[in-house]
Design a protein around this ligand. Structure first.
Ligand code: UDX
Length: 457
């Protein structure tokens, strides 16, 4: 099929590259022409494992193109994806829908008659946005004098990709959600996703098919339900993490072990073992944003979602659990040299949006600590996006450990887990480790003479 993708960010580029890999002709467009120039050269503006290789391969095979001309991107497209950002608005509560509105209006300004086209929203948007998008497309069409003369339908197809796992999550999803009131749109999406549903493609070498993976069901729903499924999925996952973090805090009080609690409850197939790792709470671009947006959405209808609000509050509290543990061990924090291991909100990404490390660094600074940090990939982004962060950066774990009174592990990069902890200890002023992700071997570290504190273990 011929595909156009509006928005050349993480979702847009991943979707485009994977659809090209599956044999479609894909044209990616973005209003940011600098981004497009870089992509034409095969250069990405964010970190996602193996995506640069896939993009370059598909560019070379001529299945993937990037353009800063929207009309070029839309010409011949059977399916047009809107994959632009939906950040939190300046009020900190609502979703900033400007980019979606602009994209939809510009689609209307550039759509041409002659073929049926499906305009699909991949961006995470509040419930009811599908109709709103249609009204923007209509405005554009009216402006062109083509109102009523272009055959198109809108659909919602939310993404569930995890950063660092974007290619595998696209090729081997748990499900594909297709929401539309138009049967032809649903058919087009079913056709587009058939190779993924039936798993008929040859996996790329860097992303093998998980053992036993056979099919990815495509679930057909109405657009509002599709939009809510995305929010509900993220809210549920965030709730699961907040729940296990609450259990971890109780474990700390009563002397139980949260890893074993997670194992013990996770073996119940109704609960499941995934997303039960306790720690310093979730970060990232999605969970907080989507929960806040869903709370806001419910409040518009005079309903207060107590559970979701409590989940947000729990996560706010959890972020600073590592600092409280440090106070418990070191007592006075003023003047202490604290090393932060990990800045990104999780491993395999340089994304710092809503990253717990940033809150921890700010709090330690308020408490009078001298903070140094290291992350295998996120340091350049942190320098660029948070130039005022009260921290200095090191180039290795050893540099951060040198002279430190304590280390806090915030992101569970393998580099940290596999580091030479004996050598680290010999460099530290006092051998204190706060493991904010329960990623290190407690017994081994204690055996080496570290004062070790995990979260609920
Ligand atoms: C999430 C959703 O998983 C994905 O489906 C959606 O499309 C986008 O949002 P992502 O933000 O990339 O993906 O990260 P994810 O792997 O879900 O982790 C989110 C946060 O939760 C991270 O900060 C991670 O460290 C934390 N987390 C995750 C835990 O604290 N404990 C867990 O058990 C799992």
């Amino acid at each position: 099929m011929n595909i156009a993708i509006i928005g050349a960010g993480w979702v847009g580029v991943t979707t485009g590259a994977v659809l090209a890999f599956l044999g479609n002709k894909v044209k990616g467009y973005d209003v940011n022409s600098k981004l497009i120039s870089r992509l034409i050269e095969g250069n990405l503006s964010f970190y996602e494992p193996h995506l640069p290789e896939l993009v370059r391969e598909q560019l070379q095979a001529d299945r993937l193109q990037f353009t800063s001309e929207l009309r070029t991107a839309l010409s011949n497209a059977d399916v047009v994806f809107i994959a632009v950002g939906t950040p939190v608005a300046a009020d900190g509560q609502t979703v900033d829908m400007r980019f979606v509105g602009d994209a939809a209006y510009n689609v209307g300004l550039n759509l041409q008659p002659g073929r049926f086209q499906v305009i699909v929203t991949k961006s995470t948007v509040p419930v009811g946005t599908n109709g709103w998008i249609e009204s923007y497309i209509e405005q554009g069409l009216e402006e062109q004098g083509l109102s009523g003369r272009v055959d198109y339908a809108v659909a919602s197809n939310p993404e569930f990709l995890r950063e660092g796992m974007a290619i595998a999550d696209t090729l081997y999803p748990d499900r594909i959600i297709a929401g539309s009131g138009d049967e032809r749109a649903l058919k087009a999406l079913a056709e587009l996703y058939r190779p993924i549903v039936d798993q008929t493609f040859e996996p790329p070498s860097f992303s093998p098919r998980p053992p036993g993976f056979k099919r990815a069901p495509l679930v057909r729903v109405d657009p509002a339900t599709a939009e809510l499924i995305k929010y509900a999925a993220n809210s549920f996952l965030a709730t699961k993490i907040a729940f296990i973090n609450e259990m971890a805090n109780i474990c700390d009080l009563v002397g139980a072990n949260v890893k074993d609690v997670a194992l013990g409850i996770g073996l119940d197939h109704r609960i499941g073992g995934a997303f039960l790792n306790a720690g310093v709470g979730w970060g990232g671009s999605c969970f907080s944003k989507d929960l806040v947006a869903l709370v806001r959405e419910a409040e518009v209808y005079a309903y207060t979602p107590q559970l979701l609000k409590a989940v947000l509050e729990q996560n706010r509290w959890q972020r600073l659990v590592a600092v409280r543990k440090l106070q418990d061990v070191l007592k006075t924090l003023r003047g202490r040299r604290i090393g932060i291991l990990g800045l990104a909100f999780k491993p395999e990404t340089d994304d710092l949006r809503s990253a717990p490390a940033l809150d921890i660094i700010r709090r330690l600074n308020e408490l009078g600590c001298v903070v140094r940090a290291y992350d295998p990939v996120a340091v350049p982004r942190c320098r660029e996006t948070h130039p005022d962060m009260p921290v200095t950066y090191g180039e290795s774990v050893m540099e951060i450990a040198d002279g430190a009174d304590a280390l806090i592990l915030v992101t569970e990069w393998q580099d940290f887990v596999n580091a030479d902890w004996q050598a680290i200890k010999s460099l530290m002023r006092t051998p204190v480790v706060i493991d904010g992700r329960n990623a290190l071997d407690k017994q081994r570290l204690e055996g080496m003479g570290f004062v070790y504190r995990g979260v609920g273990i």
